[in-house]
Design a protein around this ligand. Structure first.
Ligand SMILES: [Fe+2]
Length: 158
């Protein structure tokens, strides 16, 4: 059981690193209206992903496992796919991050249902991460809606 849990935690850890990079690189390359304000938000979200990665790595070690040791394995084990940004518009970068968040939310729900009743400390900290993932996703969606509204007032398209 612990082995399976460690495996799932490592998958989530790979997701967090890919999500971190998705936010981080998105913030660097994005172009368009309000890019500076939005980039700042994405950078903050990237920092949260690093925090999540730290929690997961500590849990894995606590359970006697080894956190994924090389970035080469992130793609192999991750639940969420990482899409290379091709369109650097604010809209496209935000949509990409929303997709990544949705995938993380689904993966954490599965992980939580697996760990429920098995290890209390894992369950609680995973539930906290899931809550933050949902908050991030909702925040990104609100951001897209806010920009779309602002732009439509100005007769622009997001
Ligand atoms: Fe996360």
């Amino acid at each position: 059981m612990e082995r399976k849990l460690i495996e799932l935690l490592n998958q989530a850890l790979a997701d967090e690193w890919l999500s971190y990079y998705c936010f981080w690189i998105g913030a660097k390359v994005m172009v368009g209206h309000m890019r500076d304000e939005i980039a700042k938000e994405l950078e903050e979200m990237a920092t949260e992903e690093l925090k999540h990665a730290g929690i997961l790595a500590d849990k894995i070690i606590e359970l006697g496992g080894t956190p994924v040791l090389t970035p080469k394995d992130w793609h192999k084990i991750a639940n969420c796919s990482y899409e290379v940004p091709k369109d650097f518009s604010v809209k496209s970068i935000l949509f990409q991050n929303i997709k990544s968040k949705q995938s993380a939310v689904d993966a954490y729900k599965e992980l939580i249902s697996f760990s429920k009743g098995k290890t209390s400390c894992n369950h609680e900290s995973l539930a906290n991460i899931l809550e933050e993932e949902i908050e991030q996703k909702d925040y990104l969606i609100n951001m897209v809606e806010h920009i779309a509204k602002k732009n439509s007032e100005k007769g622009l398209r997001i």
